[in-house]
Design a protein around this ligand. Structure first.
Ligand code: NAD
Length: 461
């Protein structure tokens, strides 16, 4: 199928989409609690009724197994909707605040209000969930939304387009399919909020474009997330949980453990246990496993295969160009200056570097950009405190990987180069909300000392 025929590259069409949404928003149609609840219910029903269609598209674009598609895309989204519906009324309530002595007679409150038209730009790695989770927040907060899915996963992009067109008036929620040209046109529009998920480099472009109109942004970006295995770690669990995080979606996960820092004393043992975990999850030939995903495109595949030259593939190392699959691979003898240690890997290759002291680890991680995630395997509370207090990162887990992202009770986002802003659960509502400060003044009396007067001016001299 020629997917590009769905791409909108005509500026007047895009202008029309945005102005139609502005009118819809100004008509107050998105703001009542009932309209928000109704829209979230509609979204939930649309997803539930089309589960097979969504899974088929994910299989086609990324060879995602149904289990993985459900747990990491559909299920997580349904949970986000459920959680939001449960708490929305409370989140929407204006909050009364205390009055300062200087403001006697007045009342202050903080009123949550939607921004207006939200533009959501999504990546390809969890192409369904990462387009629609932000939408839950946008709708809950009372905005209209335009979604631009990734062109690299065209089957999912199409399904999202069809599903939302069936569920919603395009003046309220619509999908604009396309690649860079389309996104560039969208970025020229006077939208009221931009929520971007993607790479650091494109994040910089988004921020620059948004800056021209001072449009507020959330940037959910990536980076190199370290995974530290200390000498006292439970290695059986560490190996399984690391491979769970690296194997999912063939390592094409923003919070995947990017590289491994392992204490010298346990390196050999860990390697063996990683090997066992891989064969337990994906069998003796992961390239043939229907539980194991493929690389999204030939360009990404070629980039990843190049990384294999940067070390010794002590586990895995095989690949198949025809199916765009690469085995889960552990690379040893990797130097900090090699290519694989410079940019986010975003594939199933795990470079491993050994250490002797925690200070070494801390200094090396500090030399790099603040990561999106950090994982630490240790039984020692002192080690946990040393790492979490001294290193800055978006979020992470102790003795696990990825799981911090899958709960609506924890905000998710990066810091520094790995992102700006956060979402999930209440934070999604807050992200798409402007909190308006309102002071209501009494007319029953007036305190005159604040007004300029001759007497006051003389006193001040
Ligand atoms: P990407 O930055 O290449 O693309 C993201 C979106 O931006 C796509 O919709 C794409 O069409 C658009 N885009 C690409 N180039 C553009 C340009 N020059 N101008 C305007 N728009 C442009 O990212 P990707 O390859 O789709 O996704 C992988 C990256 O996303 C990784 O770095 C990963 O870590 C990150 N990511 C982050 C999160 C998170 O939640 N923090 C989640 C998933 C992925």
């Amino acid at each position: 199928m020629n997917h590009e025929r769905f791409y909108i590259t005509d500026e007047t069409v895009i202008e029309h989409i945005v102005s139609t949404q502005k009118q819809y928003f100004y008509a107050q149609k998105t703001k009542s609690i009932n309209s928000r609840i109704q829209a979230l219910n509609k979204l939930r029903d649309a997803v539930k009724q089309n589960e097979q269609r969504i899974m088929d598209a994910l299989k086609q674009d990324l060879n995602k197994s149904e289990v993985e598609a459900y747990t990491s895309e559909i299920g997580i989204l349904l949970e986000e909707i459920r959680f939001t519906l449960k708490h929305l009324a409370k989140w929407m309530k204006p909050k009364k605040v205390k009055t300062a002595l200087t403001h006697v007679g007045s009342k202050g409150k903080i009123v949550p209000e939607p921004y207006g038209v939200a533009l959501i730009i999504a990546p390809w790695n969890y192409p369904f969930q990462l387009a629609l989770s932000p939408l839950v927040g946008a709708i809950a907060a009372g905005n209209t939304a335009i979604i631009k899915p990734s062109e690299l996963t065209p089957s999912v992009s199409r399904v999202i387009q069809e599903l939302l067109a069936e569920a919603f008036d395009p003046a309220f929620v619509t999908v604009v399919e396309g690649a860079v040209d389309t996104t560039s046109l969208l970025l020229k529009q006077p939208v009221d909020y931009i929520f971007f998920t993607g790479s650091v480099n494109v994040g910089k472009i988004i921020m620059q474009e948004a800056g021209k109109q001072l449009i507020p942004v959330t940037l959910e970006l990536g980076g190199k997330s370290p995974c530290i295995v200390h000498e006292d770690a439970n290695l059986d669990l560490a190996a399984k949980r690391i491979m769970f995080g690296k194997g999912m979606n063939a390592g094409q996960t923003c919070v995947a453990p990017d590289y491994l820092l392992v204490h010298k004393k346990v390196k050999a043992q860990l390697v063996e246990k990683l090997r066992e975990a891989i064969s337990q999850f994906y069998g003796s030939n992961p390239l043939e496993s229907d539980r194991y995903g493929r690389i999204v495109s030939e360009r990404h595949f070629t980039r990843l295969v190049e990384f294999l030259k940067d070390g010794n593939a002590i586990v895995g190392g095989g690949y198949n160009k025809n199916t765009l699959t690469i085995e889960p691979t552990v690379l040893s003898e990797v130097s900090w200056t090699s290519d694989v240690m410079q940019e986010e890997i975003f594939g199933p290759i795990l470079p491993m570097i050994e250490y002797e002291t925690l200070d070494e680890v801390i200094h090396k991680v500090q030399e790099k950009a603040k990561p999106l995630a950090l994982y630490l395997f240790t039984e020692s509370e002192d080690v946990q405190n040393a790492i979490t207090e001294r290193l800055s990162f978006g979020g992470g887990c102790i003795n696990d990987t990825l799981m911090h992202i899958a709960t609506p009770y924890l905000p998710f986002g990066g810091v520094g180069e790995s992102g700006t802003g956060q979402y999930h659960g209440k934070d999604s509502f807050q992200t798409f909300t402007h909190f308006k400060s309102m002071l209501s003044q009494t007319t029953k009396f007036d305190l005159s000392f604040r007004y300029p007067s001759e007497k006051q001016s003389l006193k001040m001299i």
